[in-house]
Design a protein around this ligand. Sequence first.
Ligand code: FEO
Length: 172
Amino acid sequence: MLDKKMELALNNQLEKEAFSSYSYLAMAVWCDQKSMEGCSQFFYRQAEEEHMHMMKILAYLIERNGQPIIPSIKKPKSDYKSIYDIFNQTFAQEKEVTQSIHDLINETQKLNDHSTQNFLQWYVSEQREEEAVVMKILDKIQLIGEGPMCLYYIDKEVEAINKQIVSTEAKA
Ligand code: FEO
């Protein structure tokens, strides 16, 4: 039986994953409306991934006889200064989620909850990979520059990175 404190903490994480999904959806729309299809495809896929992260927690809560709470989601930001800004905010969001997962693991240690600790290890790897991808994109943007002539090349780089992720996931 899941400790009530852990049930609450997992529901808080479930809400964060749901917010991340909506936030990436808003970013996808911003890019889509600027005809940056590589970037919009990256964020549409990322929105689906975050939804899957939320669903994994929901399924785990049910498996452990806990009560999932379907959260109401605050409206995500929908306007951004630039493509660098959008990926910089993505990085900040992912770092926050990583910290939150690490805090949850600390809580499992206090509660001696090995099952939840084991369940959360998947998220530790996932966060490490997500942060690495966004850092790589930020590096590419800095390398290419951000002038109007550069946006096309940034979009192509992100498209290639996204295709690589899709292909790796298909093989897994
Ligand atoms: Fe599921 Fe990237 O946070």
